[in-house]
Write a protein that binds this ligand. Sequence first.
Ligand SMILES: O=C(O)CCC(=O)C(=O)O
Ligand SMILES: [Fe+2]
Length: 213
Amino acid sequence: MTESLFGRERTEIAPGAVHVPGYLTLEQQRELVDACRGWASRMRHTKLPSGGVMSVQTVCLGWHWLPYRYSRTVDDIDGAPVEPFPDWLGQLGRDALATAYATPTPYAPDAALINFYDDAAKMGMHQDKEERSPAPVVSLSIGDTCVFRFGNTETRGKPYTDVELRSGDLFVFGGPSRFAYHGVPKVLAGTANPASGLTTGRLNLTLRETGLT
Ligand SMILES: O=C(O)CCC(=O)C(=O)O
Ligand SMILES: [Fe+2]
């Protein structure tokens, strides 16, 4: 099923998985893009244990993710401490979650993965499971539209729902959907609104509670 055929309303894709189209204003998108440019110097194509590299480029805040663990230091670049997770981003995450779930929900994210996708980048079906906390993942998208595939907790395959994530969209997955497989099979090149601050490519931020100390 392709959700975009049915309009751009807040939609519960699966229990605990909610898509809120157009959540961020253009001004908020530009502010996030500016902030991400400030963090971009340590963006890298993550190396996988298989010897491959991810097509997406990533930089982390709060905790550095590498396959398949979190570290306080950027062990696969320079070993220096990870960039701090700013309070304002935690507040944005709390506001976003309250909107998606239509109820105030305690949330204290302490890690962000910031992914940049060029036209050819994709992300295979995976679970976000290095976190010890069952708190939801809050995902914000800016720039080019992508196809976001949201599946089930059992297998990488069907059933899944393909959702178009456009610039400013929010997607939250928590509760029974927290450990669902998901991925990005395609970025739709040339669809970014330059007023978002990005003229090419796609930026995605996922906020997480690691449950780590
Ligand atoms: O780019 C996206 O929308 C998803 C990113 C993602 O799943 C991840 O960083 O774990
Ligand atoms: Fe993920």
